[in-house]
Design a binder for this molecule. Structure first.
Ligand code: GCU
Length: 138
């Protein structure tokens, strides 16, 4: 089953702006988190059934310093201080995947900066089954 993409620029942004001043993003832009602790982007994600999902965040971090974020579902942190380390520059995007529990129906998945630097630039998330991030076994 293919993963479903959710663009950050279409999500609910708290302390951040939609930007296009770097290359390589998908959709119509990316979110530039404000450089404060607590800046966040929240995605509304639909799940056909309850279970573990893989959430892959596509990001850029053109600084030398990690930009960790907490990942929450429905207000509960399910992955704490996830690392978003440096990419080569702001035009170079990388991915980070976490497994999260989803309920059947609508889920609010939020990525919140945990340091005063704010989050990395965030292009999108892709949500699939946990198996999507694993190598095929046959
Ligand atoms: C630069 C860069 C932004 C980035 C910001 C930051 O201003 O152009 O895209 O978001 O640094 O440090 O967060």
């Amino acid at each position: 089953l293919a993963a479903t993409d959710y663009q950050a620029e279409d999500a609910t942004i708290a302390q951040g702006t939609v930007a296009t001043n770097h290359t390589g993003y998908t959709g119509t832009g990316f979110v530039d988190y404000t450089n404060v602790k607590g800046s966040s982007v929240e995605f509304t994600v639909s799940a056909a059934s309850a279970g573990t999902a893989s959430v892959t965040l596509r990001y850029a971090n053109g600084t030398a310093t990690d930009r960790p974020m907490d990942i929450s579902v429905g207000g509960t942190v399910v992955a704490s201080g996830v690392s978003f380390p440096a990419t080569a520059d702001w035009n170079t995007w990388a991915t980070k995947s976490v497994n999260v529990p989803l309920a059947e129906g609508t889920n609010k998945i939020r990525a919140t900066a945990t340091t005063a630097n704010g989050g990395p630039n965030l292009d999108r998330i892709s949500v699939g089954t946990a198996a999507d991030t694993q190598a095929p076994t046959r």
